[in-house]
Ligand binder design. Structure first.
Ligand SMILES: [Zn+2]
Length: 261
C-alpha cells in the first residue's frame, strides 16, 4: 500500500509583508502567498552580506519562492524577485499605506488557506500605488473595502445600518460598530464619525470602482484624512469581530470534543 507522504519542499509566490531578526544571522520573513495565505519562513543567513536570498526579501517585494517544511518553522530555501514597487522605497505615505494593507491582510487571513483573490487584490493595489504619484488614501480605501467585502464585511454605504432608511444628503455619519453609515439620529446611540458628504461619495465611488477606479480619484486633504480615519476604525472593528468569532468557534469546538469524551 502506498504511503501518503507530505511533500517536504514546495513552490509558491508571495509578497513580503514583514520581517524580523532571528538569532545572529537569520530572519523570519512573513509573506502573503497566493497558495497558502500568510506564511512565516526562516531565511537562514539572510543578514549576512553573502546571502543569496536577502536581496529578494525586501519589504513588499513580490517573489517566487521555494520553501521546505520544518518541524516548527518552514525554511525559505530560494527566493527570486518577480516585481518590486520602487515608490514604496521613496514615498513615506505610500509605504505607510502598504504597511496598513499588510496589517489588514494579516488580521483577516487564516493561516494555510489559499487566497488567490486576496493575493490578486494585493498585487493590483501595490502596482497602482507604485504607478500613481497621487495621494495613496483612495487606493488604500478601495483595497480595504474590496478585501473586507471578500470576507463578508463590506460596509453598507447607501442605507442607515440601524433604521434602514435610505441616507439623505448631509444626514449621514459613519458608524463602524453597526457596519457602515447611519443617519444622524441613529448615529447618536453609537460611536460614530461625522464625515463630509464628499467623503461618503468617495467611499461609494471606490467601493463601486475598486482600485482601478480609485487611481482616477482626486480628493482633498480633508477627504483623504477622513477616508483613512473611518476605514481604520471600521477595519479594526471588523478584524476584532473576525478574531472574536474564530475564538468562539474554537471554544465551541473544544467544548463539543470535551462533551464527546
Ligand atoms: Zn437611521
Amino acid at each position: 500500500m502506498a504511503v501518503m507522504q507530505r511533500s517536504r519542499t514546495y513552490k509558491a509566490e508571495g509578497v513580503v509583508l514583514s520581517r524580523r531578526d532571528l538569532g545572529d544571522a537569520d530572519r523570519i520573513v512573513t509573506l502573503f502567498t497566493r497558495e497558502f495565505g500568510p506564511r512565516r519562513l526562516a531565511a537562514r543567513g539572510a543578514r549576512r552580506p553573502t546571502s543569496k536570498v536577502a536581496p529578494h526579501v525586501e519589504l513588499f517585494t513580490r517573489v517566487s519562492l521555494v520553501g521546505a517544511a520544518g518541524a516548527s518553522l518552514d525554511v525559505l530555501t530560494q527566493a527570486q524577485t518577480i516585481e518590486t514597487y520602487a515608490r514604496l522605497r521613496t514615498d513615506l505615505r505610500a509605504f505607510a499605506a502598504a504597511g496598513w494593507a499588510a496589517e489588514l491582510l494579516d488580521g483577516l487571513s487564516d493561516d494555510g488557506a489559499a487566497m488567490p483573490q486576496d493575493y490578486a487584490a494585493l498585487v493590483a493595489f501595490l502596482r497602482a500605488l507604485d504607478r500613481a504619484d497621487a495621494d495613496p488614501a483612495p487606493l488604500l480605501a478601495a483595497f480595504a473595502i474590496a478585501l473586507l467585502d471578500a470576507h463578508g464585511y463590506g460596509p453598507e454605504l447607501e442605507r442607515c445600518t440601524v433604521c434602514t432608511r435610505r441616507i439623505a444628503p448631509d444626514d449621514h455619519a459613519f458608524t463602524p460598530g453597526t457596519g457602515g453609515v447611519t443617519c444622524l439620529a441613529c448615529a447618536r446611540q453609537h460611536t460614530s464619525h461625522r464625515v463630509q458628504v464628499d467623503t461618503l461619495k468617495a467611499l461609494r465611488f471606490v467601493a463601486r470602482e475598486g482600485v482601478a477606479g480609485a487611481e482616477r480619484l482626486r480628493t482633498t486633504a480633508r477627504v483623504s484624512a477622513e477616508l483613512r480615519g473611518v476605514l481604520r476604525a471600521y477595519a479594526a472593528t471588523m478584524v476584532e469581530r473576525e478574531i472574536a468569532s474564530a475564538r468562539i468557534l474554537e471554544r465551541a469546538g473544544a467544548a463539543a470534543s470535551a462533551r464527546r469524551r
